[in-house]
Design a protein around this ligand. Structure first.
Ligand code: MTE
Length: 315
């Protein structure tokens, strides 16, 4: 991103993920037969949710591949520019994000638009846990157990028309409360977009939680995207609007610096960021660097979306 990355020297060698504690918690959630045993979204039907778990880590070159990133790191080392540009700002300012009540507007090229509540997006029967890698454009990565639903079936309920070629997502605009939005670091509100087939891809997740709990504000409460084969900034947080469009939508990072951030932003170790290499990354919590994988390791699932495209041009 435009703001200089701080060094990772805050990570001490004693930082080890306590995977056993995590597994116990996960078993607890499974036994309890519902996510609401661990958190409440204000969606009563969730109490009967059974959580399916899919593991899409795709870490193949590291003996520690199974290790989730430590939860405390995931929730305290963030990019959420509405809450500040420092990595600790989102957590410090998390209380400033007002998430209740929350409404999401669905509009544009669809037959069934509306202004909806969270319960219209999160079905208890489809809620599942997915362990995905998230690779930030700043060359760090995390492995996170997300809770959510596949975006595609949700979008279909709004009946996109044949002219809907893209989907635009918008984050809450609330400069009175969100300190980052009182500075012109980005074109507010934060906007992101996907081609409709990317949005419909089964990997694309609409997340409401992580580590078996409700999403903390700093991670994009109450509803965010997780698009694991794209750089982290495509995974827009705290969504208030979804718009189906015929033309490729403008996105905040592309508007802010078109040379550095293009629309697709697929993880690609062969296309450097103009100011740094994307060939390697540091998983938060590790000292060594590892190779970045094409499409963040999800090539089997998504490479065909880009058949025939010059990925050096459409990055
Ligand atoms: N969404 C909004 N609204 N504002 C942001 O600043 N930052 C993005 C993305 N979504 C951002 C956002 C970036 S750069 C990253 S790396 C991911 O959120 C980080 O998600 P995480 O905090 O859950 O790791």
């Amino acid at each position: 991103m435009l703001v200089k990355v701080k060094s990772n020297s805050y990570i001490s060698e004693s930082d080890v993920t306590d995977y056993h504690i995590y597994k116990k918690r996960r078993e607890f959630i499974k036994k309890a037969g519902g996510v609401a045993a661990a958190f409440s979204l204000g969606v009563p039907a969730l109490s009967s949710a059974g959580v399916a778990i899919k593991d899409y880590k795709k870490d193949i070159d590291n003996p520690l591949a199974d290790e989730l990133t430590e939860e405390i790191k995931v929730t305290s080392y963030n990019n959420f520019y509405e809450l500040g540009t420092g990595k600790g700002d989102p957590k410090s300012n998390a209380h400033l994000l007002q998430t209740d009540p929350w409404a999401i507007t669905v509009e544009g090229e669809c037959a069934n638009p509306g202004v909806l509540g969270l319960e219209d997006f999160v079905s208890p029967h489809q809620l599942e846990e997915r362990i995905y890698r998230l690779r930030c454009v700043e060359a760090w990565s995390m492995i996170i157990p997300w809770l959510g639903v596949e975006l595609g079936p949700v979008l279909k309920r709004f009946e996109p028309t044949s002219t809907a070629k893209y989907v635009e997502f918008t984050t809450i605009l609330d400069p009175d409360n969100l300190p980052g939005q009182r500075r012109a670091v980005l074109n507010w509100p934060y906007r992101e977009g996907l081609r409709i087939d990317e949005a419909m891809n089964p990997l694309t997740l609409l997340a409401v939680g992580l580590y078996g709990k409700e999403l903390p504000n700093q991670n994009g409460a109450p509803l965010r995207l997780v698009v694991p084969w794209k750089y982290g900034f495509k995974s827009i947080k705290s969504i208030v609007k979804i718009r189906f469009t015929e033309n490729q939508p403008n996105t905040s990072w592309n508007t802010s610096s078109a040379k550095e951030y293009r629309f697709y932003s697929n993880v690609n170790p062969e296309v450097d960021h103009p100011r740094w290499s994307q060939a390697r990354e540091r998983k938060i919590g590790e000292l060594r660097k590892r190779k970045t994988l094409m499409f963040n390791g999800y090539a089997d699932e998504v490479a065909s979306l880009y058949d025939g495209m010059d990925l050096m041009k459409y990055f």
